[in-house]
Design a protein around this ligand. Structure first.
Ligand code: FAD
Length: 811
């Protein structure tokens, strides 16, 4: 066993072996993998081996495609067969809503270049003869689906890695990890210690325990999962003989079942409602190559539906029932990347579909370790999307919810209830009492919209406009014609202090830093010149700045900020979290309201657009930004939580004479559309440059050196290849949700990032990206945007529909 190495990968499941292979493929060959037992000894050996490319997140879909394409390469390099069966598969719809879902999935696939096709049930039956047509109304065909041998595939990764120079130590258990003062790791195993520059936790079922060895609690939980294997079935044999083909894979949403051919019989698994976590607090170290006791009663409701939908199964003998555990993160996507605050400690865990996702996880993690960047937009898998708020108990509830909803539709306006309320602000009960429908903003309860008196404060979930439509319209109109108030506690807030604070921020950000009492908006870039943040920065004094950004990205951003902190102690950065909460008032009467309760002059001369002031509001010490995401005259007022009720009450009282009304996040997001404002993680993501995202005016190429400057300069000089644009859509009863294809004549030329109905201008709006040559075609009438399978006419607009001269913000 080596005593020194560049990387120790912990865990010889499919994920660890993929990470090992990709490190060697990309050039790091002094790498080892440590496995406490045999390879595949966690969940990998008993997987059903199914793979597919579709995922709710198109970026994850892309990486799933990569994984499937990789298997041929692996077989060639390793000489080890993965037993690939590329059968293709269908998703069966049993309701109109599910058909809408399939249409959406097909549309998303279009701009990713995926070859998905809506087919009839009878066409599906030709490829899967055991289905009973009467239960279904349509299907989506995906040719890139199939199954493989999980053990062979894991060994193929391992062999290919070994051929490239990696070493694998089996029957070697990591027991402790200690970071040395230089930042390397002593990985202490039962066979000796290895000093490594980097460690990767790919511990699968034991990922939590490998996290606890370094003092972190990863939000993963294992669930029991069952599938059945039948005896040989004559229907299967007959189909194979008649067509020379295997039965395809089938996903039956109604039965919450997946099924495919295995041998001459069938394999059938389910994500049952009566689901059960396995070892919720601690995974036993003596669990090995073993299965859990089958419990058919628990899955009998789903099996009954399956036996009705696929009647031939009723006559098939059950050869074996597999029950095994595997891990999930709260949202069901993997946890990948460097862990904030732990130098050179990486994770690749919570991978619930290792045979669809393992390749992409290995590739992006290896890119990240070697190049400092994952090379793809992997926000959907980044471990930094969870913070300390994702506790063991929260994770337990969310994972069970996610498991039992695996084959359920998540509607765009659907908020899931498990583990809520988790974090609340002091206004929570007041908001509920006024009819607020709350949403879960990464753990924090946030008002989405307010149901009028007498109406139920509850979303009716739908792909189309729903019961919140009129209420949100009224909220938007209240802001545009008078004044509205909303809670913005869910923004991330940071305090940056010290003699080096300005230089530090200026090195991280593309804009120049504000003078005392002023605010700037600024993107943040990575070295490749791609957007990794979008902030509002206010200067409170020469050595004190406040910064506001996306709450979901707080850990992601703190990881970056801390990585770039100078080590001379000249700068300190703190994520304030809920130490500051906020209210925003907006609309032409907003100043009148503030003036009644502010302890300072807030006239337009004394407190200009983009000014920052510390002042008393309703006797409470507040920090006030004169900006509003509504694009209207407005103020963001920040205070410590103990003052929030008092400030809110005073603002409501002061606003009564101007007809002040509550508004929620949905109205806020609708109003920013009519200003063409983009939003983080939709329009602004690490795949876009600042000029293509239309943020060029915030990039000061001539200022001091900043991260991403050269790449940004190249983007500017070469001209962006694609551009963020806005559309007015001739929509019917549904607006875009994001990820719809943009058609021009008969070609898909781009994709939608977000949109919705803009109530003040009374139009359905959307934003998205198109090749730059299309971004000026405002009058050619050839754009269409696909909404729920229907191509709707769209007109490209360059100026915001509301207040194009930006006078309202400055009034
Ligand atoms: C019944 C069932 C059916 C499934 N069907 C499918 C399917 O059809 N398609 C699909 O894609 N996925 C499927 N899965 C999920 C799939 O099995 C997992 O996604 C995959 O196995 C995860 O791999 P992993 O490498 O992350 O974890 P694991 O396979 O759990 O590997 C982790 C490894 O780390 C080792 N380890 C942990 N801690 C230490 C330590 N301290 N020192 C040394 N070694 C350590 C363990 O021994 C283990 O070998 C299924 C799972 C089950 C249970």
């Amino acid at each position: 066993m080596k005593s020194h190495t560049q990387v120790v990968v912990i865990g010889g499941g499919v994920v660890g072996c993929s990470v090992l292979y990709h490190l060697t493929k990309l050039g790091w060959t002094d790498v080892v993998l440590v496995e406490r037992s045999e390879l595949t000894s966690g969940s990998s050996w008993h997987a059903a081996g199914g793979f597919h490319t579709l995922n709710g997140d198109p970026n994850v879909s892309q990486l799933q495609s990569y994984t499937v394409d990789l298997y041929k390469e692996l077989e060639e390099i390793s000489g080890q067969s993965c037993s690939l069966h590329l059968t293709g598969g269908v998703m069966l719809a049993d309701t109109p809503e599910r058909m809408d879902f399939l249409r959406l999935a097909q549309a998303k696939g279009r701009y990713l270049g995926m070859d998905l096709e809506l087919i009839s049930v009878s066409e599906a039956k030709k490829m899967f003869p055991i289905l009973d047509e009467k239960y279904f109304i349509g299907a989506l065909w995906d040719p890139i689906e199939g199954h493989l041998d999980p053990s062979g595939t894991t060994h193929a990764y391992a062999k290919a890695a070994r051929i490239n120079g990696a070493e694998i130590y089996r029957h070697t258990k990591v027991e402790e990890m200690v970071q040395t003062p230089e930042g390397t790791w002593d990985v202490i195993t039962d066979k000796g210690t290895i000093r490594a520059e980097h460690v990767v936790n790919a511990g699968g079922l034991w990922a939590r325990e490998c996290g606890r060895m370094v003092g972190i609690e990863l939000p993963v939980l294992a669930m029991e999962h069952m599938y059945l294997l039948t005896d040989e079935m004559p229907e299967v044999v007959a189909h194979n003989e008649a067509t020379g083909k295997e039965l395809i894979g089938v996903l039956d949403f109604g039965g919450e079942i997946y099924t495919r051919q295995e041998g001459k019989g069938m394999l059938l698994g389910t994500y049952e409602q009566n689901c059960r976590p396995w070892s919720p607090k601690e995974t036993p170290w003596d669990f090995g190559h073993e299965l859990l006791a089958p419990d058919l009663d628990r899955i009998s409701p789903e099996l009954e539906v399956g036996f009705e939908h696929f009647p031939a199964l009723q006559n098939a003998g059950i050869k074996q029932i597999i029950n095994g555990p595997f891990t999930f993160a709260p949202d069901g996507n993997p946890l990948v990347g460097p862990v904030r605050g732990l130098k050179n400690y990486w994770v690749a865990c919570g991978v619930m579909a290792g045979f669809s996702q393992g390749g992409g996880v290995g590739l992006t993690l290896a890119n990240w370790m070697i190049d400092g960047d994952p090379g793809y937009d992997i926000w959907g898998m980044d471990v930094a999307r969870y913070g300390d708020w994702a506790t063991l108990a929260y994770t337990n509830k969310k994972v069970q919810e996610n498991y039992s909803r695996r084959f359920r539709i998540r509607f765009p306006n659907e908020e899931l209830p498990a583990g809520r309320p988790h974090q609340t602000t002091p206004l929570y009960d007041k908001m509920l009492a006024q009819g607020a429908v709350m949403g879960d903003s990464w753990g924090l309860e946030t008002p989405l919209w307010f149901a009028p008196d007498g109406e139920k404060a509850e979303d009716v979930v739908s792909f189309r406009r729903s019961n919140d439509f009129d209420a949100i319209g009224a909220e938007c109109r209240a802001v545009r014609t008078g004044v509205g108030i909303t809670e913005i506690a869910n923004f991330a807030k940071y305090k940056i202090t010290g003699a080096g604070a300005e230089d530090y921020l200026s090195y991280l950000m593309t804009n120049t830093m504000p003078k005392v009492g002023r605010i700037v908006l600024t993107p943040m870039l990575n070295e490749a010149g791609k957007l990794i943040g979008d902030f509002t920065i206010a200067c409170a004094s020469d050595e004190t700045f406040y910064m506001f950004g996306s709450s979901q990205a707080e850990v992601y951003h703190m990881r970056w900020f801390e990585k770039h902190l100078p080590d001379d102690g000249s700068v300190a950065i703190e994520a304030i979290n809920l130490g500051l909460v906020g209210l925003s008032i907006a609309g032409p009467r907003a100043r009148d309201v503030l003036a009644k309760v502010a302890g300072a002059d807030v006239s337009n001369d004394a407190f200009r657009f983009m000014d920052f002031r510390e002042m008393d509001v309703a006797n409470a010490p507040c920090k006030v930004n004169r900006i509003s995401y509504t694009g209207d005259l407005g103020y963001e007022i920040w205070m410590t939580p103990e003052y929030e009720r008092q400030v809110y009450t005073a603002l409501m009282k002061a606003g009564a004479e101007f007809g002040i009304q509550n508004f929620g996040m949905r109205a806020l997001l609708a109003m920013r559309l009519e200003k063409n404002f983009g939003t983080w993680f939709r329009e602004f993501r690490p795949i876009y440059g600042p000029f293509e995202a239309d943020l060029g005016r915030f990039v000061k190429l001539g200022k001091n050196n900043f991260i991403g400057q050269e790449a940004a300069r190249r983007e500017f000089e070469d001209g962006p290849k694609r551009s963020r644009v806005s559309f007015v859509i001739d929509a019917l009863d549904a607006d875009v949700m994001g990820d719809e294809p943009i058609w021009h004549e008969n070609d898909v030329i781009g994709w939608i990032t977000s949109g919705g109905y803009a109530h003040h201008v009374e139009k359905s709006l959307a934003q998205g990206y198109v090749p730059t040559e299309f971004s000026v075609k405002t009058d050619d009438g050839a754009f269409e945007i696909e909404i729920l399978g229907e191509r709707r006419k769209a007109t490209l607009i360059t100026d915001p529909l509301f207040d194009p001269k930006a006078e309202r913000m400055r009034m």
